[in-house]
Design a protein around this ligand. Structure first.
Ligand SMILES: Cc1cc2nc3c(=O)[nH]c(=O)nc-3n(C[C@H](O)[C@H](O)[C@H](O)COP(=O)(O)OP(=O)(O)OC[C@H]3O[C@@H](n4cnc5c(N)ncnc54)[C@H](O)[C@@H]3O)c2cc1C
Length: 522
């Protein structure tokens, strides 16, 4: 993917695009892949970087959602479990089967969660990831060495999917590009245009780099802007009512020592009825999440002090050597765009299903859902959009479409496994210049060659893009990410032809942003 090349396609375009997709998160990029792979001309516009919104800030689980099972939403669980299986098949380099253990402290819970997780596995049918198993207290401790053993009666072992959300998103963008879609990051839509019949026929967007404004025309426009979708709907119909509620969730990241071994911990019911996970992730421990109703949508949501305290307090009950505030290496927040239900104010009770709305001007909005179900959501949206725009019917092809980088046995590439088939290209860079095997920072596995690879092929425009979403440095260890920023700036400036002023501004802006990922030690 090359931004200048993508831009030149947009500038030279005289015909209408078939589709314009607003939003470069999982939903929008999923729609771009779906429509492009059916043979349509697609333009996707993202106001910031691909995945800057919620899609890089999730718990990173490809799952049916045990909590939705408890809510009795079997059809949502079944379809998500199916999508979990499709994702593992099409992106085996990024999705892995993750064992989880639910520790139980009384017999009633052992029976309840034991049978619930059996149903969970049954619902997955041929897409099952492995049978659940009831563990004795001794087996639970063997598998979760740091678990609080006081009154422990055993545990339930079950399997779900785990992935790197931002890396998957970038690989999805590359998949869309390979199918012929044109994708632009840093291209924010600020206005929509309508034809004489009052139907939407295009958008205006601004290139964040130059400030220049452009118009693009299309037969159908999909609004896949996640938590921002109501503001885009207002551009089309000023008086439209909100269709989503916003709920913030945070994650804390700690050293691996707090969750030694390969197993994840699942706490099915916290003090206020939520689910909390502790998951091994890139040699760290990821713990979250919360579910806090919020009013205002922001691209860079801030974790609340009460959320940080809640996670620390909850996990204290389950881990013998519990992490403390000073142990947090990074904290990040994300916003769930939940389909609104006027009867409930408690966002934990709102369903994670998606909704498609078509307004009077024929703008199609797709919102809600889950990362896991992005493909099915996109299929649904594109099917509807084809009908809406009277485009020639074409069958969805994504169920069997491999995602960029897909490779079996990618774990053989060690720290480069996450790049799947691209790992070979990174190794080639190193074989030409062994200096590129040097590490970016002692706290990270990243080598200089992969930074160069990502700058040349994955369209990052800022230091943040590289440190937050091409690598996951900022999400893993914010202080070490700040220390890495000058090196990244220097490499990017060389690759992209930027000057020392650019470097200075980039480092300052990154440092300001990265401070939000650091928690004061006291
Ligand atoms: C804390 C948390 C944990 C989660 N955990 C999981 C999980 O483990 N598994 C799971 O399956 N799901 C999970 N989810 C849900 C999942 O992350 C979301 O459903 C999904 O990422 C939403 O993707 P999206 O593309 O709809 O939104 P986003 O990723 O937010 O993408 C929307 C994009 O639109 C862009 N945009 C907005 N306005 C404009 C404009 N005017 N012009 C151009 N672009 C614009 C934004 O910049 C943004 O990048 C979690 C969500 C949260 C918040």
């Amino acid at each position: 993917m090359n931004r200048a090349e993508m831009f030149s396609r947009v500038k030279s375009r005289e015909k209408f695009w078939d589709f314009i997709v607003i939003g470069g998160g999982a939903t929008g990029v999923g729609c771009a892949i779906d429509a492009a792979s059916r043979g349509f001309d697609v333009l996707l516009l993202e106001q910031s970087d691909f995945g800057k919104g919620t899609s890089s800030r999730s718990t990173k689980l490809a799952h049916g959602g045990v909590r939705y099972l408890a809510q009795g939403n079997l059809s949502l669980v079944r379809s998500a479990l199916r999508e979990r299986g499709v994702l593992l098949k099409n992106a085996p380099h990024l999705v892995k089967i993750q064992p989880f253990i639910v520790p139980v402290y009384n017999l009633q819970d052992k029976i309840f969660y034991g049978s619930g997780l059996k149903i969970y596995n049954l619902l997955s049918g041929k897409y099952g990831f492995g049978k659940s198993k009831i563990l004795s207290a001794a087996e639970t401790v063997e598998n979760l060495p740091n678990i609080n053993q006081k009154n422990l009666r055993g545990g339930i072992l079950y399997f779900d999917g785990q992935f790197d959300d931002a890396r998957l998103l970038i690989n999805l963008a590359q998949t869309a590009a390979a199918q012929g879609a044109t994708l632009l990051n840093y291209a924010g839509v600020f206005e929509i245009s309508k034809n004489s019949a009052g139907k939407i026929d295009g958008v205006s967007f601004q290139d964040a780099e130059s400030g220049a404004v452009f118009e693009a025309k299309a037969k159908v426009v999909i609004n896949a802007s996640g938590a921002f979708c109501d503001s885009i709907r207002k551009m089309s119909a000023a008086k439209s009512e909100k269709i989503i509620s916003l709920s913030q969730g945070i994650h804390l990241v700690f050293d691996k020592k707090f969750l030694p071994g390969e197993n994840a911990l699942m706490i099915p019911k916290t003090a206020d009825g939520r689910v909390l996970f502790a998951i091994p992730w890139h040699d760290k421990t990821l713990i979250g999440t919360t579910d806090t109703p919020i009013e205002k949508v922001e691209l860079e949501p801030k974790p609340l002090e009460s959320e940080i305290e809640f996670v620390l307090e909850t996990v204290k009950n389950y881990l013998t050597n519990a992490p403390r505030r000073a142990d947090i290496t990074s904290v990040f927040a994300g916003i769930r765009p939940l389909v609104k239900n006027s009867k409930t104010k408690n966002t934990a009770k709102l369903v994670r299903d998606h909704t498609i709305e078509i307004d009077d001007a024929n703008m199609l909005t797709i919102a809600g859902g889950k990362w896991t179900t992005y493909r099915a959501m996109a299929e649904d949206a594109v099917n509807q959009a084809i009908k809406l725009a009277g485009l020639s019917a074409a069958d969805c092809r994504t169920e069997n479409l491999k995602i960029h980088g897909a490779a079996e046995n990618s774990e053989q590439s060690g720290d480069l496994a996450i790049y799947g088939s691209d790992a070979e290209n990174i190794r080639k860079l190193i074989s030409k210049n062994s200096d590129l095997a040097k590490k970016l920072h002692e706290n990270f596995p990243y080598v200089i060659a992969e930074i160069i690879w990502t700058i040349r092929n994955e369209m990052p425009q800022t230091i943040e893009d590289v440190l937050a979403r091409r690598t996951r440095a900022l999400f893993l260890d914010a202080r070490a990410a700040i220390e890495s920023a000058p090196k990244i700036a220097e490499i990017m400036a060389g690759e992209l032809g930027k000057d020392s002023d650019w470097i200075a501004v980039q480092i300052r802006e990154f440092n300001d942003l990265a401070r939000n990922y650091i928690v004061d030690k006291s």
